[in-house]
Design a protein. Structure first.
Lengths: 354, 354
DNA sequence: TTGAAAGCGCTAACAA
DNA sequence: TTGTTAGCGCTTTCAA
């Protein structure tokens, strides 16, 4: 690996017949550079295929041009979509994305203990997880901008959806269909690192603890139905979790006629359990999810769609704005992107003719 | 954003009572440093919570400590898994992962034209796509090590599976069940950027053009069945593609009794079409995929499992070895990880009693 | 074994 | 508007 011959700013400056200082200014779009000079420098740079050394740039006081992203589970569709959107927005601004996985509690603790992103990035994007007090302090110690995507974190600018509204869209749909006994398969927040070091978990830094579940309760209340907590089961994320949750609901003395699953993958798991139990969806039991995962369309799953990639993209734009110092002071903005009900084939009125 | 007070090597050296040169050597595990001195420096660094500035390190001639990964579609399970494995291996070696999306032809062309990774990384990992001659040259111009994961690229060290073997495992299973008319839903290689600039596509740099399809042909041949090309349909990647492919196969004068889908998501799409057509799986038609996607277990899909995350992890290890100069010279190693048939509920003998 | 000193390539005062 | 110059924090000769 000999490496290509390095073209330096000196080379460019020499070719353009100016000093390196002028060359630097010209390339950096600084004011006070004659248009002709600027053009000449640009040409020289172009001709020489010049690329500034990011290291030297940074060392001399510039930004790193890098953004860290903290992602719990890169292989899940939701996070992958966020990542795609984020990458696109940052790439457009010529920023590089450095990925840090913070999945399980150990990985997460390791990240915040060692802070491997230290001194390496201009900003950090947190993907869809609650940040506790200690973590918040560690992040602050990086001295860089922080943005949250895919979930709200009160202390940072963020972009996400309103989980309560999304939940209401799902629940209201079921209620309007005439269901009165509606189950909920919630997903245990495996993201939480547990209670903080002080023993108290810091709610104010966490995303809405349970927007979708609170929507379940509220929708029932508004419909004059007394919420039966027995109908809420909490499971680990994923299809298997959904399958288990559904099994638990079916084991109730009085099972629900409809189920609101935290997300599409959980919903698909629930449907598997129903199929295995010989129950028909939606004739015997309706199921609705959240996300509009590609497989939802494929499996004809009724769901509440959320624009995931757009959340990532918008978060990237917030990062760019923050780095330009264009973010308004005061309360960090919390942008909520719209969700919408997508009617498909897994919901129908209760006891509908097969 | 005031940023934290920066601790420099000078601070560490001063605290340890040595020169920066010695401190640098001590921290960098160089020879010719007294054990006691080394310990003292280490302590000082620890106490001061010192982190070397990567920029300064690099500028002074060290490595960047960064690896670029070129990924076509971050939101797909397969790529997400590769990413997770890769990140884990690199993180263990204290290397950062910078992500570059190279999805569509434009993005891809843009990447290779601008080469935004230039001067920023010590190595590049290419995730599961063919690299044409021009791209190969551009990558070489980076002057860094290149490793391929999730697919073979002849000129680079790589880790993947043997697509032909995987295909045979699937096909042989169907053949052994007694199927003689077996369809194949292949996935169009949307990764190829098309013919190179010279008009000729460079086969030698591409992964096996079609291991799974060649397995289809070979398995039939070995079973004494004349392959009918009509039974091979090529579709775009994804569930919808699979659904279309299946529809085309059903439209044949003589449809197959079993179908080998390129991957699980394609297979799931195919199954949807079958369900909508009122056909039972596997009684009327068997379906098998490749991957062992989490949803395969959930949907009881018979498949050929491949260890995706392990491929990513192993690729990361190859990168680390390469950076240490530990990679044997000569032919780049092509590691093939084992695949295995996972029997589930979507395959059965043809015309099996329902 | 350790220290002094010279850069690495760039940006940002400060002068001109 | 442009040039001169002094670092940014580290690694690495070369001497001691």
């Amino acid at each position: 690996m000999p490496g290509p011959p390095r073209v330096t700013l000196d080379d460019v400056a020499r070719r353009a017949g100016v000093s390196t200082a002028t060359a630097s200014r010209a390339l950096g779009d600084h004011p006070h550079v004659a248009a002709a000079t600027r053009a000449r420098v640009r040409e020289a740079a172009e001709a020489l295929d010049y690329v500034a050394s990011p290291e030297a740039t940074r060392l001399a006081g510039g930004p790193t041009g890098r953004v860290a992203v903290l992602v719990p589970h890169p292989s899940r569709w939701f996070f992958g979509e966020l990542l795609e959107g984020l990458e696109a927005a940052l790439r457009a601004a010529d920023l590089d994305l450095v990925i840090f996985r913070v999945g399980g509690p150990e990985e997460r603790a390791a990240f915040f203990a060692r802070l491997p992103a230290r001194r390496k990035v201009d900003a950090v994007v947190v993907l869809a997880f609650a940040v506790d007090e200690l973590e918040h302090a560690r992040l602050a110690s990086l001295g860089v901008d922080v943005v949250a995507a895919g979930g709200r974190v009160a202390s940072y600018p963020s972009v996400g959806i309103d989980d309560h509204v999304a939940g209401r869209q799902a629940m209201d749909h079921l209620v309007h269909l005439g269901h009165r006994r509606i189950g909920m398969i919630a997903v245990g927040d495996t993201q939480r690192s547990g209670a903080g070091p002080s023993g108290k978990d810091v709610g104010c830094l966490a995303p809405e603890p349970d927007g979708r579940t609170s929507a379940w309760r509220a929708a029932l209340g508004d419909a004059g139905i007394a919420p039966d907590d027995e109908l809420v089961v909490t499971v680990p994320w994923g299809g298997e979790g959904g399958a288990d949750g559904m099994a638990r609901l079916l084991g109730l003395r009085s099972p629900p006629t409809a189920v609101f699953a935290h997300d599409d993958e959980t919903a698909l798991g629930a449907i598997r359990t129903l199929r295995r139990a010989g129950l028909r969806v939606p004739e015997d039991l309706s199921v609705i999810g959240v996300d509009d995962h590609p497989l939802a369309a494929l499996t004809d799953l009724t769901t509440v769609a959320q624009p995931v990639r757009a959340q990532g993209r918008r978060a990237g734009e917030l990062v760019v704005a923050a780095l330009r110092g264009e973010l308004a002071d005061g309360l960090p903005p919390a942008e909520l992107l719209p969700t919408r009900l997508v009617l498909r084939g897994t919901t129908s009125p209760p006891g509908a003719p097969r």
